[in-house]
Design a protein. Structure first.
Length: 228
């Protein structure tokens, strides 16, 4: 009897994307990628190669011109409006180079913001989970602090916890260490790898940092619009 073939959590199949203009600018040319559950993957490549475009497609922030984007077997290219918003809120967590925290909200309030979009679907113990994760990343003493009272590394760690609060299947990070000093960047990279393992979340990082890429389980490179 043959063994069952594992279905990847995430798959790009022959995805192409061009940006409109007088002469359309092709960015992706038949890019394909398979990522298994619990993997950590770094996507590297020069500026303008399409790394952020890949992340936007994976996170349902954009649609490909052709090809398929599959998350847990579901074809995201067939979804629209409220369906895509639900996927973004419930199944995908985002970490950006800038933390995008609300300056008037405390650390704990910022972390809990994603749970407000669909309170019925949010974890029933969301606040307890937030406190546990904030303690895990070393911010137990900062729960009531405003973002302006935090260091750059502390703000980015808060953003990481916010991305994890709804227990997503997929965590997407776009240059998460790009605005940090060397020590804070090393600390955050190590933390992402540890949370990838502890939370069982699949992690995809787009980065220029070879140091961060080396911490991931696998590295793929964008070359001429394809993932190598």
């Amino acid at each position: 009897m043959s063994a069952a073939v594992a279905v990847p959590l995430l798959e790009l199949r022959d995805v192409s994307k061009a940006y409109p203009g007088v002469v359309p600018v092709p960015v992706l040319r038949g890019a394909s990628l398979r990522v298994n559950r619990g993997e950590s993957v770094a996507i590297i490549g020069p500026s303008g190669s399409g790394k952020s475009t890949i992340l936007n497609l994976l996170g349902t922030l954009d649609h490909p011109d052709s090809g398929l984007v599959l998350l847990d077997g579901q074809d995201l290219t067939r979804l629209h409006g409220a369906e895509l918003a639900q996927v973004r809120n419930r199944q995908v967590g985002f970490i950006f180079q800038s933390h995008h925290l609300l300056p008037q909200c405390s650390v704990l309030e910022n972390v809990l913001l994603p749970t407000l979009a669909d309170a019925k679907a949010s974890p029933p113990d969301a606040e307890q989970r937030a406190r546990r994760l904030l303690n895990r990343v070393g911010l137990a003493a900062r729960l009531d602090h405003l973002p302006g009272q935090l260091s750059g590394g502390e703000r980015q760690r808060t953003a990481v916890v916010r991305a994890l609060i709804n227990q997503p299947k997929l965590l997407l990070a776009d240059e998460p260490t790009g605005a940090l000093d060397r020590i804070s960047a090393e600390t955050l990279g190590k933390l992402l790898v540890e949370l990838n393992r502890e939370e069982g979340v699949t992690l995809i990082v787009v980065t220029h940092s070879q140091e961060l890429a080396r911490q991931m389980g696998r590295t793929v490179e964008l070359q001429d619009g394809k993932l190598v």
